[in-house]
Ligand binder design. Structure first.
Ligand code: FAD
Length: 435
């Protein structure tokens, strides 16, 4: 009550823990709030954790034993699914192993580990505590702390780091509008248990190698959606995310969607005999550049999912969360040293994020959310992906048809699905500009 800190961090996910770690390492007094029983208790993601951002934050400390990860991702596959077919592309490289480019992981294990690093650096963890409002200086309006759901729950700080995730309450308290339906997806995930030898056989793996499969097409039933299947040590992570605007147009219960995903013949073969051990759902901010609000103001900065910093094309979110948390922490440390914690000074964080790889990648895909909305899931994910499968079938079928004719037929499948030649040109143009 009435206690004062250099910074209050709201949320001990990757963004908040990274910010807390960075500031505490530089000697700032930091309190790290988390509403969960422990960090990660209720958090989920698909499962790919990238080394780069972790190393940028904690250096070589990821090498110590105890980093809670599952397998090293050495192969990544993309699947375009027809109702009973697949067109696939993928890449495997031994070099992804050493040093690991990415791992599969569980947030319920990774988040406490990373928050533990922040604690070891000196941040004060306060769990099972929810920030319910911002405190403001009545005269200037400057944010001076947070109100938490405890008796005498005022926590005062020079800066509040808002890292409370996609459904950020504090961002709303700042007056930042909610996500529009075409800027956010709803994802459901199941963890399925399967013996290690079966996983290694079915996915052609040895030791701690791992595979990721992203799939789209028939599995999203005409919605704009992306599915994933990742290998863990003794489990598989299976999920699918669909754009909320599409869900509003064609309501399908997410768990029903996941049930039908499991029945797809290409996935069924890999999942056969696996038993569901966990089920969860979560939102993903997918608005890219145009949905990113102002990232700093008088007494506050915004990080990670709360700021919409997700590159959904390359399924990068946890790494961008860590990078943004670290940048926020660094800017606050610098601002303190300069003795200037004004809004203008904190806006250096906004500029830094936008100029960094985060801003560059979100700008690169800035047109994609509107484009996906315009084309609609049915046309792109049902008709077009279906046609690509038919085209591939025609291409590979040997039935006495001369090749020139077979190739022309294959091409016609795709052109027809795109709405004729004009539609095909428009789609190609949009796609080139979109990604
Ligand atoms: P979060 O991880 O959401 O953390 C926010 C924290 O704040 C939570 O711990 C929450 O409990 C806490 N909190 C919320 N409100 C309050 C409050 N008022 N007071 C106190 N605490 C509060 N990213 C990848 O890099 N790779 C992937 O493979 C990947 N796959 C994904 C698959 C799915 C299905 C989903 C949903 C996301 C995926 N992501 C992936 C994205 C990634 O999970 C997020 O970008 C990342 O978790 C964002 O981190 P964050 O710290 O900003 O937010």
């Amino acid at each position: 009550s009435g206690e004062r800190f250099d910074a209050v961090v709201v949320g001990a996910g990757p963004a908040g823990a990274a910010a807390a770690y960075t500031m505490a390492s530089q000697g700032l007094s930091v309190v790290m709030l988390e509403r969960g029983e422990f960090p990660g208790a209720k958090n989920m993601f698909g499962g790919v954790l990238y080394r780069h951002a972790l190393e940028a934050l904690i250096g070589e400390a990821w090498k110590e034993s105890g980093l809670p990860v599952e397998r090293v991702v050495t192969e990544q596959r993309y699947w375009l699914l027809g109702p009973e077919s697949v067109v696939s592309i993928g890449h495997r490289h031994a070099r992804f192993m050493d040093p690991p480019n990415a791992w599969t992981a569980f947030r319920a294990r990774f988040d406490p580990w990373l928050a533990g690093k922040a604690k070891a650096a000196g941040a004060l963890p306060v769990y099972q505590t929810t920030a319910i409002d911002l405190l403001r200086d009545p005269a200037t309006g400057r944010v001076t702390g947070v109100l938490v759901d405890r008796d005498e729950g005022e926590l005062y700080a020079d800066v509040v780091v808002i890292a409370d995730g996609v459904n950020s309450l504090l961002r709303e308290k700042l007056g930042i509008p909610r996500w529009k339906p075409h800027q956010v997806s709803l994802a459901v995930k199941e963890v399925l248990a399967l013996p290690r030898e079966k996983i290694e056989d079915r996915f052609n793996l040895e030791g701690n190698e791992g595979v990721t499969i992203e799939f789209l097409g028939a599995t999203s039933r005409g919605l704009t959606g992306l599915g994933f299947l990742y290998t863990n040590k003794e489990t598989l992570s299976l999920g699918i995310g669909v754009m909320v605007d599409d869900l509003l147009r064609r309501p399908i219960a997410p768990y029903e969607l996941l049930e039908s995903v499991k029945q797809h013949p290409m996935l069924h073969k890999l999942l056969h005999g696996a038993e569901t051990v966990e089920y969860s759902a979560h939102m993903i901010p997918e608005g890219a550049w145009h949905a990113v609000p102002q990232l700093a103001g008088d007494g506050w900065v915004l990080c990670g999912d709360a700021a919409g910093l997700v590159n959904f094309v390359n399924r990068e979110g946890s790494n961008l969360a860590m990078l943004s948390g670290q940048m926020a922490g660094e800017v606050i440390v610098e601002a303190r040293r300069a003795g200037d914690l004004s809004a203008q000074r904190l806006m250096a964080y906004d500029r830094r994020v936008r100029r960094s790889v985060i801003g560059q990648d979100l700008r690169k895909i800035r047109r994609l959310p509107a484009m996906l909305h315009r084309w609609g899931g049915e046309r792109l994910f049902d008709h077009l992906v279906g046609a690509i499968n038919e085209a591939a079938y025609r291409y590979f079928l040997v039935d006495g048809t001369p090749k020139r004719q077979a190739e022309a037929e294959a091409l016609r499948h795709v052109v027809r699905a795109a709405g004729g030649w004009r539609g095909t040109m428009r789609l190609a143009w949009d796609a080139l500009r979109g990604v």
